[in-house]
Design a protein around this ligand. Sequence first.
Ligand code: ADP
Ligand code: MG
Ligand code: ZN
Length: 482
Amino acid sequence: MESSQYEVVIGLEVHVQLTTKTKIFCGCSTRFGSAPNSQTCPVCLGMPGALPVLNRQVVEYAIRTGLATNCTIAPRSIFARKNYFYPDLPKGYQISQFELPICEHGHLDIETEAGSKRVGITRIHMEEDAGKLLHGDSPEAKNSSLVDLNRACTPLLEIVSEPDMRSADEAIAYLKKLHQIVMYLGVCDGNLEEGSFRCDANVSIRPWGQKEFGTRAELKNINSFRFIKQAIEYEVERQADLLDEGGKVVQETRLFDSATGMTRSMRGKEEAHDYRYFPDPDLVPLVVSPEWIEAVRRELPELPEAKIERFVGDFDLNRTEAEVLAADRAMADYYDATVAKHGNGKLCANWVMGEVQRRLNEDGIAIGDSPVTPEGLAALLARLDDSTISGKIAKTVFEEMWRTGKAADAIIEEKGLKQVTDTGAIEQIVDEVLAANADQVEEYRGGKEKVLGFLVGQVMKASRGKANPALVNELLLKKLKG
Ligand code: ADP
Ligand code: MG
Ligand code: ZN
C-alpha cells in the first residue's frame, strides 16, 4: 500500500480542436451544437471518390503552436491513413500524420515545487476528428445508436509529450500551461467540457532508482483538470498495490469514472489496433517554406511567460500579481491598455484585479464585455491621482460607471462628488464634530490616541466622504493638540 516506494512517470497526449471556421479537408462549418449531420458534404461523409483539400489555416495554426512550444517545423511532412473500423468513421480510416509530423522536438517549462522544470514535446501532428455516436435514450435514438458526422473532419492537433512528468501535479502544471498557450494563440477555444481540449494520460510507476520505465496504462479522454489529477492519483495507487502484491501492470487503455473516482479497463494490448498506417495517396506531401514559418513567427502574440516578466520588470508587480493578470490574454490586454493611458502599473493592477474582476464575477461576464473600458478606468484613476476624489468615492463612481456607462468626470460633476479641499469648509465640519464628541476629545487628550481614527471617520461621514482625508487629519490634530 505504499505508493511512495515508486517513482511515477507520466506522458500526455493532448488533442486540441482548432478554431478554424471550416473543416480540415472540406469547406463544411465546424460550428458546435448544430442539428445532426447538417454540416456535412461528400468529403466528410466519406463518399467514395471525394477528394480532401487541405485547409491552409490549419497548417498555419499548427506552425503557430509548434513555434510557441519551441518545436522544429518540418519543411516537409506527410499525411497518413490510420485504418480502423468504427461507425463514426465512414471512410474506414482517419487522416493523420505518422512518420513525418509537422512539428517535433519542442518543450515547455513548468513551475514545480522544486523550481522550474522542462517537459519535452515529442511531436505535434495534424489530423481530422471522427463523428459522434448518439446512443440509447436520446430522443433521436430510442434503444439504438445514430451517427452525427458534423464533427467528422474537424481539425485537431495532437500534442504528444515525452514521459517527463513525475507527479499528477506536474502533469496538471504542464496541461494548464499548454491550455493557456493555445488560448493565447487563438487556435483553440479551450473548452474542456465540450471536448475542445482533451487529454489522454499515460501513467506508469517504477521502483526508485530503476532505469527502465514500468508498463504504462493509458487513461482516456478525461474532461477536467480536476478529474485528470484524480485519475492519475487513483491509477498510481492501483499500480502500486498491484506491484506490492507481486502482480504485474498490464499495458491497457483505461477509462476514468468521475462518479467513483476510479479507472477501469477498456481494452488490453491484445485488442490494440494495428492501424496499418500508410501515406495518403490523395494528399501531396506538405511543404512549408522558411518564409512562411518566419511570417507566422513574426505574428506570434506575446506569450504568457514573456508577459509575466514584462509586468514584473516594467510595472513593478510581484510575480503572483503578474500571473493573475496574464492568466487570460483578454485580461492582460485590458490591463496593458489601462496602464498605457494611466501610467501607474501598480494602481492599475489593484483596480483591474480588484473592482473590475469583482464586478465581472458578479455579472458573470467576460472582460471583453466590461461596460467600463480601459480608457474609462484610466480617466477615473486620473481623478484619484489629482485628488479630485478619494479612494472611497472612486469606488462609488466606478460602480456608477459600470451601471450607466457614463464617464467618471460626468458622474463626479453630476453627483457633486468632488473632494472638498477648501480648508474653511472642512474646518467647520471638524469644529462641529469636536463639539458633538466632547467625551472622545477628552479621551484623546488623556492619551488615548486611537480615538483619532474615530474622529476622522466622523468628519468623513459628515462630509459624505468628500473631505480630503489628509486635510481632515491635519486639521483635527491641530485642534486636538492646540
Ligand atoms: P502510443 O502511440 O501507443 O500511444 P507512444 O509511444 O506514442 O505510444 O506514447 C504515447 C505517450 O505515452 C507519450 O506521451 C509518451 O511520453 C508516453 N509514454 C510512453 N511510455 C511511457 C511509460 N512507460 N510511462 C508513462 N508514459 C509513457
Ligand atoms: Mg496513445
Ligand atoms: Zn464536409
